[in-house]
Design a protein around this ligand. Structure first.
Ligand code: SME
Length: 194
């Protein structure tokens, strides 16, 4: 059912550190190139998780890890026009690190697809955002949306929001892939949310 697809793979680039006078520490001296790769969608999500584990190794900062995960998604997963985070602050969702066009900053719990993912504590898979009552349009290009809540010990920390210009872009494979990525991010990060 899920045929082969093309997606990018990030490969660390060996640097001429000595010429630049840069640090020899690989964690202080990271450069990546995106190389094309063909495989199934399941393989793409395995690759995404594998790369996230490498990228976050040794770092637990919330902003750094969310920023790198949103950039990783943006480089690897095709057909998205927005990918990023909202974190809980003062009882509402506030915009966090993301890739895509500038977006609305604050979303109340229960509002839009993101706020509904918080109030229901469940992933929201929306095939057509125009058919979702209360959808908040940040980018007119968005037609489908997937929102995965970040939860720890029964508490909602925020959400991962993915938008696509393609109707019915997301299916159960995408949902499982992003839920696994979010579970890893939550375990690997110290969240400073209120
Ligand atoms: N569409 C979202 C709002 C956030 S933007 O898509 C980045 C919603 O309805 O909650």
């Amino acid at each position: 059912m899920h045929g082969s697809m093309r997606f990018g793979v990030l490969k660390p680039v060996a640097e001429r550190a000595e010429r630049r006078g840069a640090s020899q520490d690989p964690l202080e001296n990271l450069m990546f190139a995106v190389e094309p790769f063909s495989g199934t969608k399941e393989e793409m999500y395995e690759e995404l998780l594998r790369q996230a584990k490498g990228l976050l190794e040794g770092e637990r900062d919330m902003i750094a890890n969310a920023a790198n995960v949103s950039a990783l998604i943006w480089q690897i997963v095709p057909d998205l026009n927005w990918a990023g985070f909202y974190f809980m602050k003062g009882g509402a969702l506030v915009l966090g690190p993301f890739q895509g066009k500038p977006a609305c900053v604050r979303i109340s719990v229960g509002k839009g697809v993101c706020g509904t993912a918080v109030s229901t504590r469940a992933t929201m898979l929306v095939e057509d955002v125009h058919a979702f009552p209360g959808h908040i349009a940040c980018d007119a290009a968005s037609n489908a949306e997937l929102v995965v809540p970040l939860t720890k010990g029964g508490r909602v920390l925020g959400v991962l929001d993915l938008d696509s210009p393609s109707l019915r872009r997301f299916d159960a494979v995408d949902q499982r892939g992003f839920e696994q990525l979010v579970a890893f991010l939550v375990a690997a990060t110290d969240f400073d949310v209120r």
